[in-house]
Design a protein around this ligand. Structure first.
Ligand code: AR6
Length: 177
């Protein structure tokens, strides 16, 4: 599903974050140490190769809501933007910290003249954020940002399961445009 708002395309697809060949940047649902780990972070580091971890090391640790950028090595993209989501029930206020992830990642993309960026559903795996709430935050934050984006023209949300995709689609469908 796809919506165009203020000249920016917002879309959601079911798939794998490491297979977004047509995107300039992919976002990593990272850990504070920017180390491989499981889930999205594991998949990104596996696909990118060991050079990614080397570039990440001096940039760590990062705090919840923070985003940093690196090269993408063997991934089919130019950049990886690593973002630390809040651990649900621990890092507070969770809502604000999750919104900051999307704000800061989009800001980093904008500053680096990135025109297309793909996000996973940050914090909704190992970090336990309830999907429905996380989806609302992701979409609301992106909508608030689009008016101020000059370089970013396409924002894609990549969901692993059909169920997660349907939750995103329901939320995107509410937007006019
Ligand atoms: N492509 C797209 N989405 C994925 C993929 C993939 N390859 N793999 C998982 N998901 P998670 P978090 C979905 O756990 O909650 C790691 O161990 C998944 O179904 O990757 O922010 C790190 O090292 C879920 O909906 O990220 C951190 O310690 C969403 O992506 C910690 O997990 C996020 O799941 C970060 O936890």
């Amino acid at each position: 599903m796809l919506k165009e708002i203020s000249g920016v395309i917002l879309e959601c697809v079911q798939g794998d974050i490491v297979a977004q060949d047509d995107m300039d940047a992919v976002v990593n649902a990272a850990n504070a140490q920017l180390a491989p780990g499981g889930g999205v972070a594991g998949a990104i580091h596996r696909a990118a190769g060991p050079e990614l971890e080397k570039e990440c090391k001096p940039l760590a640790p990062i705090k919840p809501g923070e985003a940093v950028i690196t090269g993408a090595y063997n991934l089919p993209n130019q950049y990886v933007i690593h973002c630390l989501g809040p651990v649900y029930g621990k890092d507070k206020p969770a809502h604000e910290l999750l919104a900051k992830c999307y704000q800061n990642s989009l800001k980093v993309a904008e500053d680096n003249k990135i025109s297309s960026i793909a996000f996973p559903a940050i914090s909704t795996g190992a970090f336990g954020y309830p999907l429905e709430e996380a989806v609302e935050i992701a979409i609301d934050t992106a909508i608030k940002m689009v008016k101020n984006l000059q370089n970013v023209k396409r924002i894609r949300f990549v969901l692993r399961s059909e169920h997660d995709l349907s939750v995103f689609e329901k939320n995107l469908a509410r937007l006019s445009g």
